[in-house]
Design a binder for this molecule. Structure first.
Ligand code: MN3
Length: 246
């Protein structure tokens, strides 16, 4: 066997190992729904992703997406359906109306409503903002606005990554339209949304809780943030921008 043949053989063995490891992961994923808590009865439902759990590979791995969606977002849904028993109006208002004015929420349930409606709103926004094979840069109107505010899309992305890296513990980093209709980069703790304390409207948002990236990136939050931009649905971001500016 010459060197070239031996290298070809090795490449084949590596490919076979990759396929068998994918098969094992596929099996684990197929079992995941059975391990997830049963869907609770109630008005709140876990929204479907618009794509498969593995669709954002290699930027976000399928196991992270599965657990993040089914268990983490699923837990907010379970909690909200339980909270309806303590505050029935919860079921009659939109999540956006609630996060936009928490003073309407009775003090007795305001803490859990803030966390769970916030978590539900944030994750719904996050899933919807990602797509496989999206455009690589913002559409014209948003691109121009970003360039005016930050000099370039790249400079905005760096600033947002820094906000995500600088968020101590758990939270989110955002590109928002502020109360006075200016683009800005902010971060929020826990499951707070930009509406709550800032009165801002999100254009782009990224989850920097460890559960969003730890299986693949471990402590390397910066690497996750850089890769995450490959998943951004710029068409959706532009629609959020237009709505927030109206
Ligand atoms: Mn999360």
């Amino acid at each position: 066997m010459n060197r070239r043949e031996s290298l070809t053989l090795m490449a084949g063995a590596t490919a076979a190992a990759t396929i068998s490891s994918l098969a094992i992961r596929g099996q684990a994923l197929a079992q995941a729904p059975a391990m997830a808590p049963a869907a609770p009865a109630g008005p709140f439902k876990l929204p479907e992703l618009g794509y498969a759990y593995e669709a954002l590979e290699p930027n976000i791995d399928a196991m992270t997406m599965t657990i993040h969606h089914q268990r983490h977002h699923g837990a907010f849904i379970t909690n909200l359906n339980q909270l309806v028993g303590r505050w029935p109006e919860l079921a009659t208002m939109t999540p956006e109306a609630i996060v936009s004015d928490l003073s309407k929420v009775p003090e007795a349930v305001r803490g859990p409503v803030r966390n769970n409606v916030g978590g539900h709103w944030n994750h719904t926004f996050f899933w919807d903002l990602m797509t496989p094979g999206g455009a690589k840069e913002p559409p014209a109107a948003l691109k121009t606005a970003i360039a005016t505010a930050f000099n370039s899309p790249e400079a905005m992305m760096e600033k947002l990554n820094a906000a995500g890296l600088g968020r101590f513990g758990s939270g989110w980093a955002w590109l928002v339209v502020t109360k006075d209709k200016k683009l800005d980069v902010v971060s929020t703790p826990y499951q707070d949304t930009p509406h709550m304390d800032l009165g801002a409207r999100p254009v782009i948002g990224v989850d920097v809780w460890e559960h969003a990236y730890y299986l693949k990136y471990q402590n390397r939050r910066g690497d996750y943030l850089k890769a995450w931009w490959n998943t951004v649905n710029w068409t959706k971001a532009a629609a959020h921008f237009t709505k927030a500016m109206a």
